[in-house]
Write a protein that binds this ligand. Structure first.
Ligand SMILES: [Zn+2]
Length: 474
């Protein structure tokens, strides 16, 4: 448990230990022993007590070196936090305390949800959202009781699956010392979209429960079955992001979506679902949101200087299902599928941290100013012939109407066809160089401007829903 004061964190390959850094720069021996005895730290445990005893005397640098030499890839930093495994959490806060949950559930009113959506009609009969907690109360989540000021690693197992076939999905939770909203970050709903996985990890492991207001729940890999196969889809070839909020008696995708939505998403006050481009396309960092919904617009404008695209999303996507349940939700699109892109991850983490600051969940400097996002409408420019596409523009480039975006060359006849910009705007998504067929969506142009007046513009009209599903939506 976090007990105040500065500390070093030491990562091990399989676990993390949190060790206080007292003013004289040596570790606190009783707490170090406690961590080792309670099995919190794989690294220190593997090293054994004699080594730890020597380390106690020599200080943190020795511990770091010893961990690395033992093959634990460990290092130390000054970022304070506390991480507990689910087992440790259970010992400290037995699930019996969850028996109070029943009283809690009836104590407060459920949040209001959208009763009718302009395009998707009336909202289906959902179960009511869990109520807001009173200060200091434990947060019931996945069978655990999460107290304030703690970080925990839990496992979500969809109750619908047969034993032996169930897929354990790690869930990271950081609950702050102070009451506040619950923000959920989900990634890899499409199993081949990797950038979001690292963004969720960096954000969650960078939070200090002692200073956080509210809770952040991060699911780095929602579609574990797709991820394991480098695939966008579930094993039944269904796109999970077309089956929310799901159905307990439906297809595999539908059951999985239903369980995920009910077990986790319903605990969120806001949701950011992280995606990348699909099918050999890349996306400029952008927030996609249905700006006709005022709470969604407010959320979308909290990421700082990030392109915001007014987009309805698929009616069965996670974000639409959440919005219809009354949970403001957006997707954050970043980069290419099947790749981990360091610079894209850095930008994405920056955008999410800006959101946390804007929502007063973490501290920010008195001189910090909210950067203004750019709001775009958009259009796709498609290839008109088949052949090999070579682009002449880069992602994020500003183009004028009629500018050459790329060339499609027929490999047999050598005939070249240019693809021209249909509008002036910014390239917010594009195909990687590849073989294309007529109709292939090659360039996504963001069309400025829809100038956002301060502080919050009136909600925009709902964007037109897409008529085709060729993987261009999140
Ligand atoms: Zn996706």
């Amino acid at each position: 448990m976090y007990q105040g004061g500065l500390r070093h964190k030491v990562f091990g390959r399989d676990g993390i230990i949190w060790i206080p850094r007292p003013p004289h720069g040596r570790y606190n021996p009783p707490l170090l022993s406690h961590c080792v005895e309670s099995g919190m730290d794989v690294c220190a445990k593997a090293l054994g007590r004699p080594v730890v005893r020597v380390m106690r005397a020599l200080g943190w640098l020795t511990l770091m070196i010893a961990c690395v030499s033992a093959g634990h890839n460990a290092w130390a930093s000054d970022e304070p936090a506390t991480w507990l495994t689910a087992e440790k959490l259970k010992r400290l806060h037995p699930p019996s305390r969850l028996s109070a949950e029943g009283d809690l559930l009836t104590a407060t009113l459920p949040r209001t949800s959208v009763s009718r959506h302009p395009f998707y009609g009336s909202v289906e009969a959902y179960s009511p959202l869990p109520p807001r907690r009173k200060p200091g109360e434990v947060m019931p989540l996945l069978g655990h009781a999460i107290p304030p000021q703690v970080a925990a690693r839990l496992m979500w197992v969809p109750s619908q699956f047969f034993s032996g076939l169930d897929v354990k999905t790690p869930v990271l939770v950081v609950r702050g010392a102070h009451e506040g909203p619950t923000l959920c970050l989900t990634a890899a709903v499409h199993g081949d979209e990797l950038n979001g996985i690292e963004m969720v990890r960096q954000v969650l492991f960078g939070l200090n429960p002692a200073k956080l207001r509210g809770t952040v729940i991060g699911v780095p890999i929602v579609n574990m079955m797709g991820f394991a196969r480098n695939s966008r889809y579930l094993p039944d070839r269904r796109d999970l992001n077309r089956y929310f909020p799901g159905n307990p008696n439906g297809s595999l995708a539908s059951r999985f979506a239903w369980a995920f939505f009910n077990d986790l998403v319903r605990h969120c006050d806001a949701l950011v679902d992280i995606h990348t481009g699909s099918f050999h396309r890349t996306n400029y960092l952008q927030v996609r949101a249905d700006l006709s919904q005022a709470p969604v617009q407010e959320l979308a404008r909290s990421f700082g200087e990030v392109v915001v695209l007014n987009s309805l999303g698929n009616s069965r996507s996670l974000r639409t299902a959440a919005v219809m349940q009354g949970i403001p939700a957006v997707t954050l699109e970043a980069g290419e599928p099947l790749r981990l892109q360091k610079s894209v991850v850095r930008e994405g983490v920056g955008a999410i941290m800006t959101l946390l600051k804007k929502r007063d969940m973490i501290e920010h400097s008195a001189f910090w100013r909210e950067p203004a996002p750019a709001i775009y409408a958009s259009t796709w420019v498609r290839a008109q012939s088949s052949g090999i596409l070579f682009s002449q523009v880069k992602l994020g480039a500003k183009v004028e109407k009629g500018d050459i975006l790329g060339t499609v060359t027929n490999p047999v006849s050598g005939e070249k066809t240019r693809i021209l910009a249909s509008h002036a705007g910014k390239v917010i998504g594009m195909a990687l160089d590849q073989f294309v067929l007529p109709g292939f969506a090659a360039y996504h142009l963001g069309i400025l401007p829809v100038p956002p007046p301060d502080p919050l513009p009136p909600p925009l009209p709902a964007p037109t829903p897409a008529t085709e599903d060729d993987g261009l939506e999140d």
